[in-house]
Design a protein around this ligand. Structure first.
Ligand code: HEC
Length: 194
């Protein structure tokens, strides 16, 4: 092998391994994204019907207690099952875990801008691979809109008994004053890569 051919061989070998490691990285990203979107379906799919049931059978005051105990429990069970960190966050938070960190705050602000630009909330999500030292984390967020039923506890005109029930569990509550169609918050999931 002369020098030129050898250089070309080395170059093409290293190019191939570069390309394949990139393809591998994007494969992982794609499967993480699919997993995260599956978790949204599971989380929402458990929460919403249960909330509706509690509203119907016990009324909104009982449903507040349901949200207080069940929402964190569903998140925890899902987290244990999936290995993901599972949470919900909001720029105007109610739950103890719902205060967004810097990355989440940025994404929530972006979601509001995307909504203002006309994007549909129901499909709005964002993911990013974050490298910190030798730790790689896949982070994902999915916007959550405000429907009519949500206004009972998150709206501008929450009834007095419901306000009291909320104040009992959340003296620092910041999650009222929303209108139908607003972004209420987001699901926020993360997974540390092995
Ligand atoms: C019966 C009252 C009630 C109704 C109705 C209700 N919520 Fe909530 N919501 C709560 C309570 C209580 C919490 C705090 C749960 C916790 O402790 O984790 C909460 C928390 C949340 C959170 C997590 C972020 C945060 O601020 O804590 C989101 C997102 C949310 N609600 C969205 C909705 C949406 C969307 C609807 C309508 C489909 C809705 N909620 C309807 C009572 C309610």
């Amino acid at each position: 092998m002369n020098f030129k051919v050898m250089t070309a061989a080395i170059l093409s070998a290293s190019l191939t391994s570069f390309v394949s490691s990139n393809v591998m990285a994007s494969d992982t990203t794609q499967s993480n994204l699919e997993e995260a979107r599956g978790l949204v379906k599971q989380f929402g799919g458990q929460l919403k019907p249960e909330l509706k049931k509690a509203m119907k059978s016990g009324g909104p005051v009982v449903a507040v207690e349901f949200c207080h105990s069940k929402a964190p429990a569903i998140a925890m069970a899902l987290s244990e099952k999936s290995g993901w960190d599972v949470n919900r966050v909001s720029l105007k938070a109610r739950g103890a875990m719902a205060k967004p960190d810097a990355w989440e705050t940025q994404v929530l602000n972006d979601f509001n801008e995307r909504k203002a630009a006309g994007e549909d909330i129901s499909k709005m999500d964002f993911s990013e691979v974050i490298h910190e030292g030798d730790k790689t984390t896949f982070r994902y967020m999915k916007a959550v809109g405000t429907a009519e039923v949500c206004l009972t506890c998150h709206g501008t005109n929450v009834a007095e008994p419901i306000k009291q029930a909320i104040a009992k569990y959340y003296p620092q509550d910041n999650a009222m004053g929303f209108s139908k169609g607003d972004i209420r918050g987001a699901f926020s999931f993360s997974k540390v890569e092995k």
